[in-house]
Design a protein around this ligand. Sequence first.
Ligand code: ZN
Length: 190
Amino acid sequence: MPGMIRESKKSKGLIRALNRAAVRDDKSPAVVRKARVPKDPSICERCGAIYERKTWRSDRKVTEQLAKAADWTVCPACEQVSRQEGQGRVILLGSGVAANRDLIRRRMDNVAKRAAATQPERRITSVDELGPTGEEGLEVLTTSQKLAHRIVHELRKLFGGSATYSWQDDGTLYAEWRYDLPKPKAKKRA
Ligand SMILES: [Zn+2]
C-alpha cells in the first residue's frame, strides 16, 4: 500500500521495487507459480529429466555424482501426463489367445518397451490369467489408456480378430480383443 509509506526519496525507490516485484509475479505462468519448487538439483524418477539452476532439462545424462546429490521427484511434464491420462484395461479372449500366449506376451512387451522409450510413465502394470470361473483369457493393466489402445491395435494387426474400445468418463480405456482360431476344417491336402 503505497499510501502508507511516507513520501521520501527512499520510499519512492521502495515502492518502485515493490511494484516491479508484483509485476514480475503476475507475469509468471500459472503452472510455474502453482508448482512446488524442487530441490536444486532434482531428477525426475519417471523420465530422468534433471532440474538444475532452476530449469528442467531432459538432454543431460544423470551422473553418479548428480544422482547422489539430487532429490528424486516427478517433473511437471510427467505430472501432467499422469493427471491427464487414464489407465487402461485390456481383456484378451478366444481360442487363439490360449494358443499363442507366448507370442502375444512378447508382442505386448515390445509395444510397451517402445512406448516407454519416449514416455517412461507408460507401461504395463500387470498381465494375469482371468479367473477360473468364466472364459479363459488374459487381463492386461496399463498405466496409460494410449498404451492399452496401442497393444490391442498391434495384436489385431498381427493376428486379426476383433476389438472393442470403451472410454470411461475418467479417461480410462476398457478394451477387449477377441481372437478365435478358425474352426478346424476337414482338410485333406495330402
Ligand atoms: Zn519427468
